[in-house]
Design a protein around this ligand. Structure first.
Ligand code: CMC
Length: 431
């Protein structure tokens, strides 16, 4: 039975419809509120606002549940791989043999960048942050396709090709931006390598010798991509949807997602976690000084890799990554003092009333950096790894609003708190 919400405003009573999701999530539909009452809702930071309905990803933050298209993240982490999971997220179901073959072929056919794009890479200063290059180059890649430039919302026959091109090329661009920042020659992708192995090849091979592709390294990085593949309406995905709602093309929308992801409160946290652990190590702190500072709002510090807007329980991705972290370090015979510091920090925080009361647990970024360090990914590339992983989620969200016949441009309102009517004063009369 559908319920209604009652609202009393200025002595009048209004009824508002409610919406219930397939997992029982409840929402009051306020979309007609302004037209009937002249009020809007105010929710700074959108903490309590559903911006859309979506069929892609389900999160229960209180229970620590994450599912892509209904499939628990734990099952996908154990049994699937990044490319199969990408297909699931974008197209809604696990692919059969023919579907995954076509998808893989499309990825391979679209992995080369237009040769002229190399000149763009040359234009960046050495030491440019790879996230800046990534965003700029994804946008630039769209200029090399006339059809994409004539993008017609919802009528683009080539959509599957663009999906494959974006997923494939984000990896090529990412590797090139690293090579460029180090002044190294660019390495082309290989036809016979799978997605993640090919990325490692483009990052670390040299023109004379192929990089040794270790299966445990491929497995660990592929898992990181898979665990980042979608996370419902986070800051970058909402940005992609916002840009997409203006009917901008797929590449332009996802380039905007990269910019939103870059910040240290979002995807940039994985870089900040390692920098925090390095600082603690350098200062010989056992972690307690840092925890004290993180609890002090005036210190400007936070325990990076802890806390989440949605999870008020252990982030299920962090659980999987923590196990994978121990596994890969032991297989590669690496001991990393930063892992010991991270474990000590986690233990102290989980027993500290500040973190317990606020339900602050490790998030996906807390241990992922330690894996990436162990497999040789440079710290400035960590957020780029997040962006490669998140691409299927951005594309699926883009597709979801493009497929919705009643899609409208995203345009929130505000409550204006500035000056009331004010008049222009010529400069010589101003105080
Ligand atoms: N260290 C210390 N205090 C914290 C932290 C932290 N990492 N996170 C939240 N708090 C405090 C916050 O100051 C507030 O305290 P009070 O109630 O006394 O004012 C309380 O906990 C509630 O936090 P909030 O500010 O309402 O949380 P939010 O939902 O606005 O922000 C967050 C979520 C992830 C931005 C935040 O927890 C944070 O900055 N964490 C560190 C950065 C980080 O790890 N980001 C990666 C997120 S997961 C990957 C992704 O999806 O992007």
């Amino acid at each position: 039975m559908s319920k209604e919400a009652k609202l009393e405003l200025d002595g009048k009573s209004y009824t508002l419809p409610t919406v219930t999701g397939s997992e029982g999530e409840k929402a009051v539909d306020v979309s007609a509120l302004r037209a009937t009452t002249n009020y809007i809702t105010l929710d700074d930071g959108y903490g309590n606002t559903g911006s859309c309905t979506s069929k892609i990803t389900f999160i229960d933050g209180d229970e620590g549940i994450l599912r892509y298209r209904g499939i628990p993240i734990e099952e996908l982490a154990e049994k699937s791989n990044f490319i199969e999971t990408a297909y699931l997220i974008i197209y809604g179901d696990l692919p059969n043999h023919a579907q995954i073959k076509r998808f893989s072929d499309l990825l391979t056919d679209n992995q080369f960048l237009h040769e002229d794009m190399k000149f763009h890479f040359q234009g960046f200063p050495s030491g440019a942050h790879p996230m800046a290059i990534l965003s700029a180059m994804i946008n630039a890649a769209s200029c090399y396709d006339e059809d994409l430039m004539r993008w017609q919302w919802g009528k683009t026959k080539q959509f599957d090709v663009y999906v494959a091109r974006l997923i494939s090329q984000v990896r090529t661009i990412a590797a090139y931006s690293y090579r460029k920042s180090k002044g190294l020659p660019l390495i082309y992708p290989k036809q016979n390598y799978k997605y993640t192995a090919n990325f490692l090849h483009m990052m670390f091979s040299n023109p004379y010798e192929d990089f040794e592709i270790k299966p445990e390294v491929v497995k660990a990085l592929d898992l990181i991509f898979l665990l980042h593949a979608d996370h419902e309406q986070n800051c970058s995905t909402s940005t992609v949807r916002m840009v997409a709602s203006s009917q901008a093309n797929l590449f332009a929308s996802c380039a905007a997602g990269v910019c939103a992801l870059w910040g240290p409160l979002h995807g940039g946290a994985n870089q900040s976690v390692i920098e925090m652990l390095q600082q603690i190590h350098r200062e010989g702190d056992d972690g307690s000084k840092f925890i004290t500072a993180a609890k002090d709002k005036n210190s400007g510090r936070k325990l990076m890799g802890f806390g989440h807007r949605v999870y008020k329980n252990y982030d299920p991705r962090a659980k999987i990554i923590k196990v994978a972290c121990d596994e890969v370090l032991s297989k590669l015979h690496i001991t990393d003092p930063l892992l010991d510091i991270a474990k000590r920090l986690e233990e102290s925080a989980l027993n500290d009333s500040y973190f317990v009361e606020r339900k602050l647990y490790p998030n996906v970024d807390f241990y992922s950096g330690i894996i990436m360090r162990a497999i040789g990914i440079p710290v400035e590339m960590f957020t780029v790894m997040f962006a490669i992983g998140r691409m299927p989620g951005w594309i699926a969200n883009y597709k979801e609003i493009m497929d919705e016949p009643k899609s409208r441009i995203y345009r929130p309102r505000q409550v204006y708190t500035g000056k009331t009517i004010n008049h222009y004063v010529p400069i010589h009369d101003r105080k």
